[in-house]
Design a protein around this ligand. Structure first.
Ligand code: NAP
Length: 302
């Protein structure tokens, strides 16, 4: 059996087109576009490239985008005052603070200062609580888990009654996706198990999964013999396992591998996401979706 590839790169394009069309419609009707601000403290090269990608994507879908760069020695108080300014700014619907922050700043304090109604990353404790309650309480599902659910749904995989096994229990992937898949509603209503390093027999749990979501950060952790024939395998892992020279640019690039032994797993699974090009492209896409949602909440049309 050769699995159907779930291509995040293609699904991203579909969703970004849908968002662009909706932004244009709202602009014509209400004269407003979603506003997204990205606050970058310092000049960490990885952070710069993440922020640039977010801003470029926001621009592409027709948002107002603001990149607010701050020096590495900005005080915690000044950063909190900046967040307060954007909390009160009606033209801004989403506030992102790029992590990591310099050591003299308390990250938790800063993230918790963002108005939960503008927390389009979905990490504020209020939004974590809303996600836990589920249904219409949910405002901003965190972006990577939301992307995972979108991939499963758009691939046409049945979730109702499915055995879902999630490998990993981080606050940004494992716990929220498990929580989302267990909710009573479309794209969910599954029976969910979370496994981690304290789990006694990882393989036996994975073997039961109709949908196996792996977010461990361990290359090739999931062996092909752990996969139920025909299962949907979502590989969230992004592991740098070496470097190569890019054929396109001639520059050195990282060799990336997922948490699943892809080459052999694709012969057993029914559906599988590649790494790169699977879950990865979905995170920023869902960030755009959340920012659009934030404007729609404000206009009373969500
Ligand atoms: P994390 O915070 O390090 O959490 C990893 C989880 O996996 C932990 O709960 C850990 O268990 C569990 N785990 C690790 N090794 C295991 C093993 N051998 N057996 C069973 N469980 C194991 O990682 P994360 O932030 O969730 O990220 C996971 C992976 O997804 C990383 O490769 C990351 O780069 C990738 N990721 C990708 C995206 C994206 O594509 N957009 C977004 C986020 C993350 P314990 O809790 O017991 O330690």
């Amino acid at each position: 059996m050769t699995a159907k590839l779930i291509k995040g790169t293609e699904i991203r394009e579909q969703i970004l087109e849908e968002i662009t069309a909706e932004v244009a419609e709202i602009k014509a009707k209400y004269g407003k576009v979603p506003g997204l601000v990205t606050i970058l403290v310092g000049s960490n090269p990885a952070s710069i490239s993440y922020v640039t990608l977010k801003i470029q994507t926001a621009h592409r879908v027709g948002f107002k985008e603001v990149q607010d760069n701050q020096p590495p020695d900005i005080s915690e108080a000044a950063l909190l005052a900046l967040i307060d300014k954007y909390n009160k700014d009606d033209s801004i619907n989403g506030i992102l603070v790029q992590l990591p922050l310099p050591k003299h700043i308390d990250e938790k304090k800063v993230l918790n200062a963002i108005d939960p109604d503008k927390d389009v990353d979905g990490f504020h404790p209020v939004n974590v609580g809303r996600l836990m309650i589920g249904g219409s309480e949910v405002k901003y599902p965190p972006c990577t888990p939301a992307g995972i659910q979108e991939l499963i749904v758009r691939a046409g995989v049945e979730t109702k009654g499915a055995e879902v096994v999630v490998v990993g229990r981080s606050n940004i992937v494992g716990k929220p996706i498990a929580n989302m898949m267990v909710q009573k509603g479309p794209g969910a209503n599954a029976t969910v198990t979370i496994v981690h390093t304290g789990t006694r027999d990882l393989a036996s749990h994975c073997k039961r999964a109709d949908i196996l979501i792996v977010a461990a950060g361990v290359p090739d952790l999931v062996k092909p013999e752990w996969i139920k024939p025909g299962a949907c395998v979502i590989d969230v892992g992004v592991n740098r396992v070496g470097e190569k020279i890019s054929e396109k640019t001639g520059k050195k690039v990282a060799i990336l591998k997922g948490d699943v032994d892809f080459d052999r797993a694709k012969e057993i699974a029914g559906y599988i996401t590649p790494v790169p090009g699977g879950v990865g492209p979905m995170t920023i896409t869902m960030l755009m979706k959340n920012t659009l949602k934030s404007l729609k909440f404000g206009l009373g049309i969500a």
